[in-house]
Design a protein around this ligand. Structure first.
Ligand code: MN
Length: 486
């Protein structure tokens, strides 16, 4: 199980009795959080009392591959010069927990001993100064450790920290390269690896075709039985469905063997495949793999990372594309879909397997899952390569029920409203250079994306109910200027 180190800061000045109490309280808090937070171990660590113990704790956290984050708490005052070297060693997401062992002040009993022992208000400021001075990105959570809302904030931090850890170990397979001439889906793969840890490599589609050709009839029949259970098979062209079943089986083998968390393909490079993977890719997305169409490795990686972040939460997360609008005044909506590849995580009804002609790519009609989309508050996020830095663009959106049936639309779809209004939201996205490919999630919030951007030191622009187009453009100008100065 992954771990979050719980490190308490103090110093030798107060004597052994006080340090014994500090250790005891720290164990109680770490253990309380451990009981309340699932999926990760909150691991109590020895109290930091001088520079050497601080370096030891931070180096241990950095070197432990199971450690995804560090929580620090200043129980007493802890002179922060002793934290400099340790914090310089620390390469894990950091949460500064500004809490106390006591909720209420013991008004009748309080004396100087109590004050010296319980002074997070004091020690947290000294420590906070040094973290700020060193430029270490961190989350600060304030409040009594047993309060539910405080624990919720820690849980959210851990979700993002787990996603950052996942990102650092993410392998992305590109079947074929980026779609010819397309700009926004392209990017600097070396810089992506330096900054986010993504190991992105190209594979010939023939490597996948070889696996497709090895798939047995028995494997296909088992897959078809699975489809029949999960979906309505709304076609008589079962051969086309079986073809996608083979792709799914081959993709699963390829991705598992190479320990890949995400992949891309492109309709411009399908030599040896009879169809563009549609149903197959939808199934892989349902299993949690990230996907980016047309060689979009950034969206593929972001998709996998956001699925990891959303684990254990309610809601849907997946690859998406802005396709077309309804411009009816006051009722504007975006219709999001793709040629085929929409994650069944977005389905609000039982998906149907259908086979239709696809006018692009020059291949046989592919099988795909068709369904209507979920509703609810969500985010649409993309990553673009600005040449001298990456930028995340996050729009707060509202997924809505489609106003009318679309019986002739042969693909799955979702629909959403932009904020603060359609014209402002779309213009802001375009001014920011936002892509047509995104990851949409109803499980994640703007705050999750903000924290991910902070912990990965990525430029972020947010489009929400408070967006003012003039100020937004000024911010973009300012960000360009800052990037030039760096
Ligand atoms: Mn696309």
């Amino acid at each position: 199980m992954k771990k979050v180190y719980f490190i308490t800061g103090s110093q030798d000045l107060y004597g052994e009795e006080c340090l014994r109490q500090v250790a005891e309280d720290s164990k109680v808090i770490a253990s309380y959080l451990n009981d309340k937070i699932e999926g990760v171990e909150i691991s109590y660590q020895a109290t930091v009392r001088d520079e050497a113990s601080c370096v030891e704790a931070c180096a241990k956290a950095t070197n432990d591959p199971d450690c995804i984050a560090v929580i620090t708490w200043m129980h007493t005052f802890s002179p922060a010069k002793m934290w400099i070297k340790g914090l310089q060693f620390l390469k894990k997401p950091l949460l500064h927990f500004h809490t106390q062992a006591n909720e209420k002040l013991p008004y009748d009993e309080i004396d100087m001993d109590f004050m010296n022992l319980n002074q997070t208000a004091h020690g947290g400021r000294e420590y906070g100064f040094m973290v700020t001075r060193l430029g270490v990105k961190r989350e600060v959570v304030v409040g009594y450790y047993q309060h539910e809302d405080v624990i919720e904030k820690i849980k959210k931090f851990i979700d993002v920290a787990r996603a950052v850890d996942f990102s650092k170990n993410l392998n992305v397979a590109m079947f074929g390269s980026n779609m010819r001439e397309v700009s926004v889906t392209d990017g600097d793969r070396v810089e992506s690896q330096i900054k986010y840890g993504w190991n992105v490599n190209y594979y010939g589609i023939g490597d996948l075709v070889a696996l497709v050709n090895e798939v047995t009839d028995a494997e296909v029949e088992a897959k078809m039985a699975e489809y029949a259970e999960l979906y309505d098979i709304n076609t008589t062209d079962l051969d086309a469905v079986k073809e996608q079943a083979k792709y799914e089986i081959a993709l699963a083998k390829f991705l598992k063997a190479g320990n890949f968390g995400a992949y891309t393909d492109t309709f411009q490079d399908l030599h040896g495949l009879r169809q563009l993977p549609g149903l197959a890719t939808q199934r892989m997305m349902a299993m949690g793999y990230g996907f980016g169409a047309e060689g979009d490795y950034k969206t593929a990686a972001l998709n996998a990372i956001f699925v990891e972040m959303a684990k254990g939460r309610k809601g849907s997360t997946g690859f998406m594309e802005d396709y077309t609008y309804d411009f009816t005044r006051g009722d504007e909506v975006v219709l999001g879909s793709h040629m085929l590849e929409v994650s069944p995580d977005f389905a609000s009804n039982k998906p149907k397997i259908e086979v239709h002609h696809l006018g692009i790519g020059g291949k046989e009609p592919p099988a795909r899952l068709v369904f209507d989309g979920v509703e609810g508050d969500g985010v649409a996020v993309c990553m673009i390569d600005m040449g001298n830095r990456f930028r995340l663009i996050c729009a707060s959106i509202e997924l809505v029920k489609q106003p009318k049936p679309m019986p002739k639309l042969p693909v799955a779809r979702i629909m959403w409203k932009l904020k603060p209004d359609h014209a402002t939201g779309a213009a802001a996205w375009i001014y920011a250079g936002g892509a047509h490919h995104t990851v949409v999630s109803t499980a994640l919030t703007v705050e999750d994306v903000r924290l991910f951007a902070k912990l990965t030191d990525t430029e972020l622009v947010v489009i929400d109910e408070n967006t003012n187009l003039a100020e937004f453009q000024e911010k973009l100008d300012m960000l360009d200027l800052l990037a030039k100065l760096k």
